[in-house]
Design a protein around this ligand. Sequence first.
Ligand code: UDP
Ligand code: MG
Length: 328
Amino acid sequence: MESKRGEINFVSVVVPVYNEEGCLQQLIDRTLAALDKCGKKFEFIMVDDGSRDSSVEIMRKAAESRPDQVIACILNRNYGQHSAIMAGFSLVRGDLVITLDADLQNPPEEIANLIAAAEKGNDVVGTVRQNRQDTLFRRWASKLVNFVAMKTTGVDMCDYGCMLRAYRRRVVDAMLMCNERSTFIPILANTFAHNTCEIPVQHAERAVGESKYSLLKLINLQFNLLTCMTTAPLRVLTYFGVMAAGCGFLLSIYIVARRLIQEEHDVWTNGGTFTLFAVLFFFTGVQMIGIGVIGEYIGRIYTDVRSRPRYFVEEIVGRKSGAEDPQA
Ligand code: UDP
Ligand code: MG
C-alpha cells in the first residue's frame, strides 16, 4: 500500500500504441533500460489500439521475453489514444502510473524524474515540454485548452498536451470510475488531484512516421476537450438571448417615447420598420433564452450521465474494519 506522501514501490508505465512498428522496439528497449535503472518494482503495459502493422508482434515478443514485467494488451480495434490508455489503467498494479507516447517524443529516460517528483507528495506530476517540437496551430490550441482547464479544474498547469505524466494510483482508480466515453486524461486526473506539480522535460520530434492526428481529428479533439470540461458554451445562447431581447425592449421604448414627444414623425417612428425591428429583436431574444434554458437542462443530463464519482474518501480513522452497520 502506498502512503500519502510516501515512497513509491511499484511503478506501472502505460503506453498506447497505434501503428508504431518503426519505433516500438527502440521504445521498449529504452523504457526497460530506464525502468531497470530506477530500482523500483515495475510493469510496462503496452496497449495496442487496433494497429494494422507489425506492432502487435513486437509487443507480443517483448511480453513473452519478460513476463509479468512487460504486458501487451491488445484491443480488437482502434478506440483512440485516451480510451487505449484507460484500458491500460484497468490493468495497473503499481502505486504510481506513468503514461507516455510510443513515438519517442517523450523520452523514457525522464521516468526517474517523474518518480522523484511524485515522491515529494504529489498526486499528479505534469510536464512542461522544453524546446517543444509542434506547429503554431497546436501551440495556440493548447493555450486555449490550458485556460479553460484551469478555470474548470482549479489547477493551474501550463502544458496539458504532453502525455508524459505520472498519476498516483488513487487518481487512476478515480478516473476508472468515470463513465464518459470521450475524455482527456490529463484534465480528468486534475479533477481528482490534491497536490500537483509540473516538471520540465525534453521533447523530441516524432521518431518515425506521421502524427496519428490529422487537422480534422485535432479540431475534433479540441471540441471534445471543451465540452468534456464544461457546459458553459450552452449558456452562451442564454446570454445572447438576453442581450437581443434587451436591445429589442430598449428600442421599442425609444420608438414609443419619440412618437409621443415629437410632433413631426420621422424615419424612426414612421412606416413601422424600426418598430418591426424592435419586435423582432425581442422575440428572437426570447427564443434564444428558451433554447439556452433547454441547453441548461441538457447540460445537467450530460453531467449526470457521465456519473463521475462525487468524492473520494482517502482515509477513515477510528472505525474498525468490518464493523457491522447497525442500520443495515
Ligand atoms: N495513438 C493511439 N490511438 C490513436 C492515435 C494515437 O493509441 O488512435 C497513440 C500513438 O501510437 C502514440 C500516442 O497515441 O503513442 C500519440 O499519438 P501521436 O504521436 O500520433 O500524437 P501527437 O504526438 O501528434 O499528438
Ligand atoms: Mg506524438
